[in-house]
Write a protein that binds this ligand. Structure first.
Ligand SMILES: CC(C)(COP(=O)(O)OP(=O)(O)OC[C@H]1O[C@@H](n2cnc3c(N)ncnc32)[C@H](O)[C@@H]1OP(=O)(O)O)[C@@H](O)C(=O)NCCC(=O)NCCS
Length: 173
């Protein structure tokens, strides 16, 4: 695991441009060929620096992963959006720049988001991934997530399957 110069902290308004860049590059890398092209472009265009700045100012749960001072990843989290499920917290998004994946940073960012949720009394966590996102599915399984629900979501003209992973209440390193 690489640890040098890596840190995780709450996002600041002046991170907006860097987070938008991570979002753009990571989403293109993860979803090209999975989400229909026009829909993907639309989703990326909506999330420019202004959107991220506003998210920070609104108090959205948003951590950034920094390497050598530059933002290389982010995670957003909050209360579970499907309250009928027995998980109080949710990690909405977790994305790293492609060249910073596979180095142990995702695990550290995921655990940091879980700790934040726990501090806000959300002891258990759910996270959704597209079923075709092999990397994310392998990652959540490896971290101990259990498949707890499947659902379909429309992306443009396509219906895609989503999988929810549940993480029960447990101490997180
Ligand atoms: C998913 C993501 C956040 C994972 O972060 P990461 O830094 O690549 O993962 P890590 O290096 O921390 O891996 C953690 C564990 O998962 C395992 N893992 C990660 N990716 C894997 C893969 N593709 N296949 C098998 N195992 C994998 C690692 O081997 C590691 O296990 P270990 O600690 O026992 O060795 C990152 O790859 C990413 O940003 N992917 C693109 C965006 C994305 O899909 N986000 C999730 C949307 S739902």
């Amino acid at each position: 695991m690489v640890t040098t110069a890596f840190s995780i902290r709450h996002a600041r308004p002046d991170d907006a441009e860097a987070i938008a860049r991570v979002h753009d590059l990571s989403w293109r890398d993860a979803y090209r060929g999975v989400i229909p092209g026009r829909e993907l472009e639309r989703m990326i265009a909506r999330r420019g620096p202004r959107w991220w700045r506003s998210a920070v100012l609104k108090g959205t749960g948003l951590l950034v992963a920094a390497f050598d001072g530059g933002v290389v990843g982010y995670a957003t989290y909050g209360r579970n959006r499907v309250p009928s499920m027995p998980y109080s917290g949710e990690i909405f998004e977790i994305y790293l720049l492609p060249e910073y994946q596979g180095l142990g940073f995702g695990r550290r960012l995921f655990n940091a988001a879980r700790r934040e949720l726990m501090e806000h009394s959300c002891l258990s966590t759910i996270v959704w991934a597209l079923a075709d996102n092999d990397k994310a599915i392998a990652f959540y399984r490896r971290l101990g997530g259990l498949t707890v629900r499947r659902a379909e979501e429309r992306f443009g003209d396509n219906m895609l399957s989503r999988v929810a992973f549940g993480f029960a209440s447990a101490p997180v390193r």
